[in-house]
Design a protein around this ligand. Structure first.
Ligand SMILES: CC(C)(COP(=O)(O)OP(=O)(O)OC[C@H]1O[C@@H](n2cnc3c(N)ncnc32)[C@H](O)[C@@H]1OP(=O)(O)O)[C@@H](O)C(=O)NCCC(=O)NCCS
Length: 190
């Protein structure tokens, strides 16, 4: 666990395995996920479940060793951010076939196969927690000799500046819903 003082509170970055199964922490993760989600209403409960599974649930269940969380004062009940990820290239994988942009990104994802999804509770943003979670995942991916990692976001989104500050560079873009989806990649070797 890595601890750092933020105002009057201490923020710990720890492996998800340290809090997995804690009901309060799991509820917080869900709250943060749906609060930050680009989709706020769902056609059905199944649609909501499928959405959660695609962007977060499958990572926590199938690859929990690559997930990290931020806790206030080390308290799982005060979980204030999470990062889920994978070290493998999502583009050729059947479970991501619903994400059509990977057909366009498949040429570059082999160089940046690791990928992540991150969200911070609204009232805890812009305090450096996201940067610390990313750095933790970077160290983790490097320890597995991953050549690089990527995120996919929307061109012009505020989070693009966040990723660019952390060394991510736009490697590909594709038209999506009147705008562009961009793949931001960061090399990890060297
Ligand atoms: C993007 C995000 C993970 C960054 O974590 P953080 O702890 O706020 O980041 P840091 O404090 O380390 O860095 C701050 C930077 O994050 C970005 N950021 C802050 N609030 C944000 C928000 N509501 N939406 C998007 N990006 C935001 C900005 O680039 C900010 O820099 P700025 O204050 O100079 O504009 C977090 O703000 C968040 O969860 N945002 C909403 C959801 C999101 O965009 N998730 C990523 C999807 S790809």
């Amino acid at each position: 666990m890595q601890t750092r003082k933020l105002g009057s509170t201490l923020i710990d970055i720890c492996a998800y395995s340290e809090i997995a199964g804690n009901a309060s922490a799991e509820i917080k993760i869900d709250e943060i996920f749906f609060e930050a989600s680009s989709v706020q209403s769902f056609a059905s409960e199944q649609a909501r479940t499928d959405f959660r599974w695609l962007w977060m649930g499958r990572y926590l269940i199938e690859e929990p060793e690559h997930a990290f969380v931020a806790l206030e004062d080390g308290d799982p009940e005060q979980l204030c951010g999470y990062l889920v990820g994978s070290l493998s290239d999502p583009a050729p994988r059947a479970e991501f076939s619903s994400l059509s942009y990977f057909q366009s990104f498949a040429a570059v994802t082999p160089q940046y196969p690791a990928h992540l999804h991150i969200n911070i509770a609204r009232d805890k943003r812009s305090q450096g927690i996201g940067e610390r979670l990313i750095q933790r995942f970077v160290n983790h991916a490097q320890s597995y000799d991953s050549p690089g990692l990527h995120v996919v976001t929307g061109a012009g989104m505020r989070n693009v500046a966040f990723y660019q500050r952390l060394g991510f560079i736009e490697r590909a873009r594709v038209a999506k819903g009147g705008g562009y989806a961009v793949l931001l990649g960061r090399e990890l070797s060297g």
